[in-house]
Design a protein around this ligand. Structure first.
Ligand code: NAD
Ligand code: IPM
Ligand code: MN
Length: 356
């Protein structure tokens, strides 16, 4: 196979972890006889510094022409001034919207080799296997927002908006995924308070009863879900939820495997290239130190192979290599629980060695 892959390293630890994932993709190409062309482009804070725009047009054009995109992370204290005209994060939101990547798949799997890295008890987390579908191009992230000053009092607002088709398409994708797994779907909302959540709940209910009567379906309020996730995570199979709730619940869920540095994600639309990235951010507190965990990004590269290039065997080879490295006891600092650890590059090289 011949494929063009766009790399968007971004800010903070982004370049360090994307480098390791790129090496893994190069190794996969060699081993399985593919040709991957890599093109790096600007996004986020570094793009603001170099062009004034967190998502330059050249980046959008390259992404649209690519087979798939691998992103590191954007943002950092340098660009955090709340009064700034533009922010790194806008680049990420715009590329998601521009490519209509409405479904963000976030698998939460514990690795039995790593279960002691979790702050939770082994008997609670071991065997967890949840697939989150986070809606990614709607909700409060994209509703009307702004500021007002009335009688000298300043206020700010952001509206949460969901349309019926937006809910239908994400629920359908999640339900189809459930059929391929344990056939259970949970929809998470705040329908006791928020009008868009009531529309979400009605729509999801209808899609499920009309189109997926065979899939076991239930609904949970988001505040309760935050608790269930850490008290009985094994009860969940596929979870579908809105943009903001999905963002928060999946960072929380990273404590099941034990670190944000372990969780990959895939953002996909109805057609066109997908965007693959770790769920974590640019980790400014450890950027430049060579200690970031590259495994989330390496696992995101595996998702890229599976979902955008249809290379299941190659994706599984990466996942097996990661498990094997963990089974050998190799740990970056975030998953070492205080024991001796290795750096970003050494971890990347350990995965390469397993791929042979
Ligand atoms: P963060 O995810 O960057 O970091 C949270 C904590 O997790 C930090 O202590 C960090 O060191 C640790 N961590 C994250 N990834 C790690 C890894 N691979 N290995 C080891 N430790 C890791 O969240 P934050 O600090 O709240 O945000 C920092 C910046 O990142 C902000 O500007 C935010 O907007 C941005 N951000 C970007 C993305 C993205 O690009 N997709 C996602 C989340 C946050
Ligand atoms: C993520 C991040 C982004 C989000 C930010 C950086 C815009 O937290 O990818 O999870 O909230 O979607
Ligand atoms: Mn997030």
């Amino acid at each position: 196979m011949n494929a063009n892959i766009v790399l968007l390293p971004g800010d903070g630890i982004g370049p360090e972890i994307v480098k390791q994932a790129e090496n893994v993709l190069i190794q996969i190409a060699k081993k399985f006889g593919h040709t991957f062309q890599f093109e790096s482009h600007l996004i986020g804070g570094i793009a603001i510094d170099e062009t004034g725009d967190p998502l330059p047009q050249a980046t959008v054009d390259a992404c649209k022409k690519s087979a798939a995109i691998l992103l590191g992370a954007v943002g950092g204290p340098k660009w955090d001034d709340p009064a700034a005209k533009t922010r790194p994060e806008q680049g990420l939101l715009r590329i998601r919207k521009e490519l209509q990547l409405f479904a963000n798949l976030r698998p939460i799997q514990t690795f039995s080799e790593l279960v002691d890295a979790s702050p939770l008890k082994r008997e609670i987390v071991d065997g967890t296997d949840i697939l989150f579908f986070r809606e990614l191009t709607g909700g409060v992230y994209f509703g009307e927002s702004g500021r007002n000053t009335v009688d000298g009092v300043e206020s700010a607002y952001a509206s949460m908006v969901y349309s019926v088709p937006e809910v239908e398409r994400i629920v359908r994708l999640a339900a189809l995924a459930a059929r391929q797994r344990d056939n259970r779907l949970t929809s998470v909302d705040k329908a006791n308070v928020l009008e868009p959540s009531r529309l979400w709940r009605q729509t999801a209910q209808r899609v499920m009863s009309e189109e997926f009567p065979d899939v076991q379906y239930d609904v949970v309020l988001v505040d309760a879900m935050a608790m269930h996730l850490i008290s009985r995570p094994r009860d969940y199979d596929v979870v579908v939820t809105g943009n903001l709730f999905g963002d928060i619940l999946t960072d929380e869920a990273s404590m099941l495997p034990g670190s944000l540095g372990m969780l990959p994600s895939a953002s996909i639309g109805a057609s066109g290239p997908g965007l693959y990235e770790p769920i974590h951010g640019s980790a400014p507190d450890i950027a430049g130190k060579g200690i970031a965990n590259p495994l989330a990004t390496i696992l995101a590269a595996a998702m890229l192979l599976r979902h955008s290039l249809n290379l299941e065997e190659e994706a599984a080879a990466i996942e097996a290599a990661v498990r094997s490295v963990l089974a050998d006891g190799l740990r970056t600092a975030d998953i070492a629980s205080g024991a001796p650890s290795i750096g970003t590059q050494a971890m990347g090289e350990a995965v390469l060695a397993k791929l042979g």
